[in-house]
Ligand binder design. Structure first.
Ligand code: GLN
Length: 247
């Protein structure tokens, strides 16, 4: 009898610990991203997702002894897929109070701000100038949330930020609001057509990128944060910043 109870208790412990984070604690960490946000994530020359975030999460996985599988999906569906199709998401994702209602976040790994991409020679220079404009943004991003608050603005949201930039070049929108580093990449790509203005000119607040995690899985959060701290301490993080962001 005692043995039976012992077996039952053991089985229950197994089930409970599995519920607390089975999929994410095994050998594989399935990571969602949106590989259209350079330099943080993009499709590399070999056809696979690459970029700072991809390299960072792979390094984190290595520290955790887990295999990382990257799942490329739309930015807008990342948060709702955590705990389902994916274990975590890394996608230049800004920590916001709204998202915190659904997911937890790791420690922040990068500070960013929104920038404004304008046609070359544009007179747009201050927050006042953004009023009543046609503004292109990426769907479900903090750029969209900011644009929605601008008086009189009519906002067009695209699945990919580059499509907003294409419509800027076609004259369908007057400017694009997108995170600073991708804005700089697009600015360089279309340097004959656009200028990039830093968000400080518009009083945009700093934003903090972090890895989105399933709500309440403290064990996974601690492991990811520990790995992140180790990578900062051993120089890997700085090397990745140099390789992908400051190259
Ligand atoms: N940082 C922005 C956000 O979190 C944009 C991220 C992205 O487009 N990948 O909403």
């Amino acid at each position: 009898m005692k043995k039976k109870i012992f077996t039952l208790v053991l089985a229950m412990i197994l089930v409970v610990s599995c519920l607390a984070g089975c999929g994410s604690q095994g050998g594989t960490l399935t990571v969602g991203t949106n590989a259209a946000f350079p330099p943080f994530e993009y499709i590399g020359d070999d056809g696979n997702p690459d970029g700072f975030d991809v390299a960072l999460i792979k390094a984190i996985g290595e520290k955790m002894g887990m295999k990382v599988v990257i799942q490329d999906m739309e930015f807008d569906s990342l948060v709702s897929s955590i705990g389902g199709k994916i274990d975590v998401a890394i996608a230049g994702m800004t920590v916001t109070e709204e998202r915190k209602a659904t997911v937890d976040f790791s420690d922040s790994y990068y500070e960013a701000v929104q920038s404004v991409i304008v046609p070359k020679g544009s007179t747009i220079a201050t927050a006042e100038d953004l009023k009543n404009l046609k503004i292109g943004v990426q769907l479900g991003t903090t750029g969209e949330f900011i644009a929605d608050e601008i008086e009189g603005a009519s906002v067009s949201a695209y699945n990919k930020a580059v499509d907003a930039v294409n419509d800027l070049n076609n004259g369908r929108v007057d400017c694009v609001i997108v995170d600073k580093n991708p804005a700089e990449v697009f600015g360089a790509q279309f340097s004959d057509k656009v200028d990039v203005i830093d968000g400080s000119a518009f009083d945009f607040e700093p934003e903090y990128y972090a890895i989105a995690l399933p709500k309440g899985n403290e064990d996974l959060a601690a492991k990811i944060n520990n790995a992140l701290n180790e990578l900062k301490a051993d120089g890997t993080y700085d090397a990745l910043v140099k390789q992908y962001i400051e190259e």
